[in-house]
Design a protein around this ligand. Structure first.
Ligand SMILES: Cc1cc2nc3c(=O)[nH]c(=O)nc-3n(C[C@H](O)[C@H](O)[C@H](O)COP(=O)(O)OP(=O)(O)OC[C@H]3O[C@@H](n4cnc5c(N)ncnc54)[C@H](O)[C@@H]3O)c2cc1C
Length: 371
């Protein structure tokens, strides 16, 4: 049984079905469609990416169950989906993550989930029609992509980014300079050293008492995982992600595997993987192979992963490809402009392609996938 039909869950289910003909594989997801999460900032900006049904993306041998998982009992090997209690022999947990919005910012919008991004798009379009001011809180990759996308799609909107440091502080100097250049061109104002305390109806209030006017705020300071795993008694880390070994197998329950944002997976040198498709996709291949290997009496191979680059969209016509070392530290080299935008679009399409039912499930598993 695979919980979660996002990038990593869908890939895991399809690859297990490919590797273990005759296995009864069930994929559980809360909605019938596959959400391309990496495009949700585009959705918030009012674009409507093509919709994909999970039913069209699962291989023969994978049964779909549409419903929300509300409880998991790993000792009884049982999952509750709506009113049903479903048993399993082996479980892959791939429920992903969502926004982390503190209570003091409860009125803020987010682009972290399908429904919240759609809701944001309506409110942002209305605000843009009045030439209003919108704040994006958080200067990480998703905050940067969101601010640029909103500013490009809604030229009437005044976008302000509030960050505690430089936007994309982890990028190389050239990478950061390019983000600033694009923000200047798109009219995105940047307020650094902005430690946000509260989001009000008409302003964002900073810890030093300053109030920055904004009729809407998009909160983008990172992702948090569902509490379900921690509640179930599985061993989890301080963030609630399932603690796994090098084959993505739970440290507390050997018949459970975790992949994607919900797993506290590490590189072979022990460094934690960041939440990304780039890490979730190879992890899904690895977990599926480990399950197939163990169920057929072979030895499971550990995850071997290295980062290559971080690809950041800056609207539809510009982008940034930041080359990194195996541990995700930036090199000096970057690719920018239209070519980088095309490169990023190719990566996003590639991530969708590997989830297709005819995806490359029989090929060797990837050691890196570009962000
Ligand atoms: C705007 C945005 C841009 C991004 N850009 C990039 C990028 O450029 N590159 C990159 O590598 N990463 C990017 N990410 C991060 C990336 O989307 C995630 O890391 C990735 O989607 C994680 O994959 P996953 O399979 O673990 O989880 P998800 O893709 O989140 O899938 C989880 C699935 O589980 C389902 N689910 C959750 N809870 C339940 C439940 N209780 N019951 C049933 N179903 C449930 C969800 O509906 C979903 O289908 C971006 C994220 C956002 C929001």
């Amino acid at each position: 049984m695979v919980l979660g039909g996002g990038y990593s869950g869908l890939i895991a289910a399809n690859r297990i079905a490919r590797r273990l003909s005759g296995a009864d594989v069930m994929l559980v997801n809360e909605r019938p469609r596959f959400v391309e999460r990496v495009r949700l900032h585009q959705v918030a900006a009012g674009q409507r990416p093509v919709e994909h049904l999970l039913a069209d993306r699962v291989r023969p041998g994978v049964r779909l169950s549409i419903g929300r998982v509300t409880a998991l009992d790993p000792d009884r090997r049982e999952v509750r989906v709506g009113d049903d209690a479903l048993g399993y022999d082996t479980l892959v947990y791939a429920l992903g993550s969502g926004a982390v919005v503190p209570e003091s910012a409860a009125g803020a919008l987010t682009a972290a989930g399908a429904e919240s991004a759609e809701e944001a798009s309506k409110r942002i379009a209305d605000l843009a029609a009045e030439n209003g001011v919108l704040a994006v809180v958080g200067g990480g990759l998703t905050g940067i992509e969101t601010a640029a996308e909103l500013a490009e799609s809604h030229p009437g909107l005044r976008v302000r980014m509030l960050t505690s440091g430089e936007p994309g502080g982890f990028l190389s100097p050239r990478g950061k300079a390019h983000v600033r250049r694009v923000f200047d061109r798109l009219g995105v104002e940047v307020l650094t050293d902005a430690d946000v305390e509260e989001v009000r109806e008409d302003a964002v209030v900073l810890r030093d008492g300053r109030a920055v006017g904004a009729a809407l705020t998009v909160w983008s300071t990172g992702f948090a995982v569902p509490a379900l795993a921690g509640r179930s008694g599985l061993a989890v880390d301080a963030h609630g992600r399932i603690r796994v070994d090098a084959t993505l197998r739970s440290l507390s329950h050997p018949e459970v595997y975790a992949v994607g944002d919900s797993a506290a997976a590490t590189r072979q040198n022990g460094r934690e993987l960041r939440m990304a498709c780039a890490t979730g996709i190879p992890a899904a291949y690895c977990a599926a192979d480990a399950i197939a290997a163990r169920l057929t009496g072979r030895e499971a191979r550990p995850l071997r992963f290295r980062y290559v680059n971080q690809c950041v969209s800056l609207g539809r016509r510009d982008g940034l490809v930041q080359y990194v070392d195996a541990d995700d530290n930036p090199h000096r080299t970057v690719l920018t402009g239209r070519l980088a935008a095309r490169y990023k679009e190719a990566i996003v399409r590639g991530a969708l392609f590997v989830t297709a039912k005819s995806g490359p499930y029989s090929l060797a598993r990837p050691r890196s996938v570009l962000r």
